[in-house]
Structure formats: C-alpha cells, structure tokens
Design a protein around this ligand. Structure first.
Ligand code: BTN
Length: 342
C-alpha cells in the first residue's frame, strides 16, 4: 500500500507515467490474472506488467497481488460511459449541454475548461475525468482524485452579467449537488455555507467556482464539482478533513458512476440555466431547507479575525448571516472559512 506522502509525491510529479488503461481493462472483471497471462494479452514482458502495477499504485489504484494467483483489482472498475451519460440526462436538460469531454486523466477538469473558455469554448460545455493529477479544492487545497473512484467534473457557463450579479451562484450549485445526491437515494445530507455537501459533518462533495471576465460582464464561469463515490484507502490517507463517500452511505452497492454523473450534470445544467434567468431568488428557500448550520453556534474565520456567533442562514445575495451579541451581520464569501465550534 502506498503511504500518504508517497501518494502526494506521485500526484504532484509531472513526470508520471500515464494510467495503463489497457491493463486496467483486462483487470476490470475483478478476477485474478497472472502476470504471464496479462503480459501475453498485451504483448509485453512480465516485468513490464510489474512496472505498470507500480504506476497503478502511484495513482491510487489498489491492486492485490497474491503469489501463485496473480493480480486482482481491489475493487471492480466502473468507468464513465459517454453515450450512456448523455442518454441518461432528462430530455429538458440535454439541450443545455453543448459538448462533453471525458478524459482518463487530466491535470484538472476546471483548468481544462478555463483553457478552452479562453479559446472560445461554448457555454454548456462539460468535462469529466477518471482521475486528476492536480485536482484543486477551495483555499488552495488539493482535491484527491484517484482513478475511476469518484466523480470529478466541471461545466462552463457564460453569463451576460458581471461577477457581482453572480455572488449567490456557488450556493445555488450547492443546492444542485445536494438535490442530485438526494435523487440518488442518499438521505441525511446537508449544506454547510457556502456550498459544502456534508453528511454528519463529513464532506461528501465540494464545489469550486472560477470566474473570468470584465467587471460589467460578460462572465465565463467554470463550475467544478468533486463527489466522493468510493474512495480507495491509499488515496484517503491524503485527505486532511473529515470525509465520507457514497459507498459507505448506502447499504447496497451505489449506483453506477455514469448514473451518478448524469444526475449531477443534469442538476447542475438546470441550475445554471435557472440562475441565469432568476438569480439566487429561485434557490434561497431550497438552500435554507438543507442548511445544516442554521441556529447553531459557529466560528467564522476571516483573514485577520475570528468571529463566533449563531448562524442564521443567508441573505438575498448569499452572504452568511451571523448573530453576535444580539447583532446580525452578513458575511460575503471570499477568504472566509467556517467551522462548527466545539
Ligand atoms: C472544495 O474544496 O470543496 C472544492 C472541490 C472541487 C473539486 C472539483 S473536482 C473537479 C473540479 N476540478 C478541480 O480541479 N476541482 C474541481
């Protein structure tokens, strides 16, 4: 098993070998395959197979090796399928999708759409990846993105307005992700301002927005979403906050990743379209329904200050309302962090 530091070193190493997809396809059935049989099927030596196994380990793909039996994936591979994903979108949402890319491996789906946006990519373009080598979280964090395990995707949307009019968008996207999770039969999740999807204070999904454009508009927004589906142990060692995955929340096998991806993408596209027409107004009540900090004592970390008070939901711009010593003040998003106080 790869240690957390080795996993981090591996995912930050730009000279990484690409994920050996042909090998993984042979192992996808979850059965044991001998090094010799794999080598013969791929036309390479057993030592090349052994090296490919090391590459898999570096990328957080767990493979069991048993003397006399060979190699077996620790968990069966369930890869994203483009045609099925598009087919599984609701008829009223499908026209909002202009283009769909699925990569086996990419630095970051959000970076990819930022690059494409700069060269004129259309609104409604989506990019998924089986793994990210430089997945980005909020506040400069790394988003751990092992191969074929979770969902990592981004959507580009072009708004006519400037960034000021889009202040509540990240909250609306939080609602979209939560309602998609709900539609997949996962109960008991809530939203932590501005848009973390939590289950019992453990993070299930995160949302990251990248905005570019002029102050008066138009604005290109790349919405990036990561949802934990079945986090391998090796990769989990690199996560520095309490987390949970869909797999541990469902008594039975979770839905196929393609279905999860379609639910998420459908909800996000519908939300971008609705926000474009109505702004946060359409989502304020829904956000409040899922607010898991409402009425609770919380600590708000500003850049130079820490404030403790009672969370009272959001204002019409999506700012957090906090009551301290009988006074209610609104705090906008930005460099603010929020923690439930002990
Ligand atoms: C957070 O820290 O809560 C936000 C996490 C966002 C992660 C997703 S994964 C897909 C997209 N690509 C990235 O590099 N980041 C976002």
């Amino acid at each position: 098993m790869l240690s957390a530091s080795a996993f981090h070193a591996a995912i930050h190493n730009p000279t990484l070998m690409p994920v050996p997809l042909a090998l993984l396809t042979l192992l996808a059935d979850g059965r044991f395959h001998s090094g010799q049989a794999l080598g013969a099927a791929l036309g390479v030596t057993r030592s090349a197979i052994w090296k490919a196994m090391q590459v898999c380990a570096e990328r957080g793909i767990e493979i069991h090796s048993v003397r006399g039996k060979g190699y077996r994936l620790a968990q069966t591979l369930d890869l994203l399928r483009q045609e099925q994903l598009i087919r599984q979108l609701d008829d009223n949402v499908r026209p909002l999708l202009s283009c769909l890319e699925i990569h086996n491996e990419i630095d970051s789906t959000s970076k990819q759409l930022l690059r494409l946006a700069a060269s004129g990519a259309p609104s409604g373009m989506a990019c998924f990846a089986e793994s990210q080598t430089a997945g980005r979280g909020r506040r400069g964090r790394l988003w751990v993105s092992p191969f074929g395990a979770n969902i990592y995707f981004s959507v580009l949307w072009r708004f006519a307005q400037g960034p000021a009019a889009l202040s509540g968008l990240s909250l609306a996207i939080g609602v979209a992700v939560l309602e998609a999770v709900q539609a997949l039969g996962i109960e008991g999740c809530g939203l932590k301002w501005p848009n973390d999807v939590l289950w019992k204070e453990r993070k299930l999904a995160g949302v990251l927005l990248d905005l570019s454009g002029e102050a008066t508009g138009p604005t290109a927004v790349v919405v990036g979403i990561g949802l934990n589906v079945r986090m391998p142990e090796t990769a989990a060692a690199g996560i520095d906050q309490p987390w949970v995955d869909l797999y541990s929340l469902r008594p039975a096998e979770p839905p196929a990743r393609t279905r999860i991806a379609a639910q998420l993408l459908g909800h996000v596209l519908a939300t971008l379209d609705e926000f474009d027409r109505q702004g946060l107004t359409a989502f304020q009540e829904r956000w409040a329904r899922w607010d898991c900090l409402a009425g609770r004592e919380v600590t708000l970390q500003l850049s130079t200050q820490r404030i403790t008070g009672r969370a009272l939901g959001i204002d019409p711009r999506g700012a957090l309302l906090l009551e301290t010593q009988g006074q209610v003040r609104a705090y906008a998003s930005g460099e603010i962090s929020l923690r439930a106080s002990a």
